[in-house]
Design a protein around this ligand. Structure first.
Ligand code: NAD
Ligand code: TYD
Length: 355
């Protein structure tokens, strides 16, 4: 049995679905169901007793301790977090609460549980913390990609709160011996991605005939990885990673934002042409830049490849086509997530930028 936190979000739900498509090992899924958590992502598991969903907060140590005592998981994979940089700029407090305070309470509950395990169960237990490349800060155009030893230089409240959680996880290993693993991954894309992030927002806006808002000059670079490749990397680290080690995960796919948006427009022109025969590129607009916008992220994923034999299986070209196809087929999912809360966010974030 494993415990996954944040398993109703974008990456967590892909992870749970992939896990149960390959294994009969039960997953307990602890998720607070914030705006980003969506049980619809897991609807294919209704009635499947290998999936136990619990609505709750990672910061609720009483609940977490009770879950651990009852189910005795052999591993915990911590996806739960506030994850959107723009939200962390407009309202940082939730990021401090979940990513720092929540991770601390989770670690405390896990430490208590692990301390009482015996023999093989104690030896084999793992706490895998899912983190981001954003903790390393921003690169200039010519600097080498982030390795695991790159200095932490977080620039947004989101990345600072993730950096703090990484440090807490590290300290629980060094001080208490908790068998932790940490992964720092680049930008993910794929099915069930909430349409506040660049790729799904652009697809959804394009299809709705809405503007495609590029922050600043659109030359910021991100390193993109198809979500299912991130999930396979996490499985590999869980299986073979060395306790206390950090593994960078990336797709070797650095692209400027404007190129991503052009690619999406071109794919949509091919797969769902606009009625008037014009390109979706005509919907692109420039808006006011994100404050403190990191210029470039790039992951050096050679450690995980060399030591654990992991490599992504999708190229950007194959992954992005699958993603656009998924959004075209899953329009009802998109409609359902565009709730009142979603509309309020879009208004709050983009009204000012477009003024
Ligand atoms: P997401 O925002 O889509 O999902 C987060 C999930 O966590 C949601 O289901 C939410 O309900 C849940 N959650 C939030 N606060 C909680 C709390 N206090 N207790 C329990 N559950 C809570 O995020 P995501 O994109 O799936 O990211 C998952 C993890 O991966 C995060 O830790 C993020 O930092 C990390 N990460 C994300 C990316 C990316 O590109 N999305 C890249 C690298 C790392
Ligand atoms: P995002 O998906 O928010 O991920 P992150 O900021 O964590 O990398 O944004 C990816 C890039 O796209 C980032 O450089 C900001 C930019 N961006 C836009 O240009 N327009 C948008 O509407 C959004 C949401 C992001």
């Amino acid at each position: 049995m494993i415990l996954v936190t944040g398993g109703a979000g974008f990456i967590g739900s892909n992870f749970v679905l992939d896990w149960l498509s390959q294994s009969d090992e039960t997953v307990i899924n602890l998720d607070a169901l914030t705006y980003a958590g969506n049980r619809e992502n897991l609807s294919s598991l209704i009635g499947d007793n290998r999936h136990i969903f619990v609505q709750g907060d990672i910061g609720d140590s009483v609940l977490v301790a009770a879950l651990l005592a009852k189910h005795q998981p052999r591993a915990i994979i911590n996806f739960a977090a506030e994850s959107h940089v723009d939200r962390s700029i407009l309202g940082p407090e939730d990021f401090i609460q979940t990513n720092i305070v929540g991770t601390f309470h989770l670690l405390e509950a896990v430490r208590g549980y692990w301390a009482n395990l015996q023999g093989d169960a104690k030896q084999q237990f793992r706490f895998l913390h899912v983190s981001t490349d954003e903790v390393y800060g921003s690169l200039t155009k010519d600097e080498p990609a982030f390795t695991e030893t790159h200095r932490y230089e977080p620039n947004s409240p989101y990345s600072a709160s993730k950096a703090a959680s990484d440090h807490l996880v590290r300290s629980y290993h060094h001080t208490f011996g908790l068998p932790v693993l940490t992964t720092n991954c680049s930008n993910n894309y794929g099915p069930y991605h909430f349409p506040e992030k660049l790729i799904p927002l652009m697809i959804v806006n394009a299809l709705a005939g809405k503007p495609l808002p590029i922050y600043g000059d659109g030359q910021q670079i991100r390193d993109w990885l198809y979500v299912k490749d991130h999930c396979s990397a996490i499985c590999r680290v869980l299986e073979a990673g060395v306790v206390g080690e950090v593994y960078n995960v990336g797709g070797w796919n650095e692209k400027p934002n404007i190129e991503i948006v052009h690619t999406l427009c071109d794919l949509l022109d091919e797969l769902r042409p606009r009625d008037e025969g014009k390109s979706y590129r005509e919907q692109i607009i420039t808006v006011v830049d994100r404050p403190g916008h990191d210029r470039r992220y790039a992951i050096d994923a050679s450690k995980i490849e060399r030591e654990l034999g992991w490599k992504p299986s999708e190229t950007f070209e194959t992954g992005i086509r699958k993603t656009v196809d998924w959004y075209l087929v899953n329009q009802p999912w998109v409609a359902n997530v565009q709730s009142g809360e979603y509309r309020a966010w879009v208004e709050k974030n983009y009204n000012e930028r477009c003024a």
